[in-house]
Design a binder for this molecule. Sequence first.
Ligand SMILES: [Zn+2]
Length: 307
Amino acid sequence: MSYRKSPRITNLWSKVADGEKSEWLSKLFIESTKPFDYSLVRVDDKVIMLRCTGAILNMPEGKISINDGLVREVWLKQENSDSTSVELFLDQPAEVKLAALEVFPFRLEITLDRFYLTKLFSGKTIIIDPAHGGKDTGGRGPVSLMEKDVVMPIAANLQKIFKRAGAKAVLTRSGDENISTKERLEKARLERADIYISLHTHACADGRVSGSATKYPAGSIDSKILATYVQEELVKKIKVADRGVAEEREPVLPLDLPAVMVEVVTITNIVEEVFLRGLTIQKRAAEGIFNGIRNYFAVRQSDLKVS
Ligand SMILES: [Zn+2]
């Protein structure tokens, strides 16, 4: 096949979608100027290699981060003048299906079943606490964005993902109301929650300080583990400075279940205040927190199997 006439891979993108039988799916699309031959190799239960024969890579080689809860990343490589490899790295095992879509540009659709996630989250109850509310505005940005307002859309996005994953997700407040810590914690107790997640932003007198952090109640080992996972996945998703995990000494979190306080970004930093107003970060922050909680449940589940 002459190089000039070879199909060229020009784009790779992904989305999370519902299937026809209400399955929850991860879809990846490889776009090309023309159809190409392909073959699938299951390297192991979490690595899938797709060989695209006769296809030339017309985009950079290397890693594309996905982190959609199932697909962690994709690696693109021009193996030789006649073959491109697309390697998928999954967070959990999943069934895969391929379909060639005869449209222009030509698309190869890779569909993965997110069944692992719905299995992991079914029966779980998560309390999502959009912090502050009413007269208690929380932190305030240089251009007057208020913490109590910005945690709401993040909480709503998070609730939506948990529900789709099959969990029960309950918000401590749904409107702009001032609720005491006691009432928030009482809700967690009444719901027999498995996880409590309080959403905040960081505030600092020094406007240069930026980034996200996750806090846990002093002395709670489970909460510290949860905080570590959440922080790791959140930063992967929103790519701001990592302020790490730390103990929270104020008695604002429950002690009898895994609980964390996420400071999504720093509202007093002017760049991050602008960033926070965007729908993208509000969605990505929720996805990152979800991924962290997924890791926590996955590890807990494997601990149970071992013991
Ligand atoms: Zn706060």
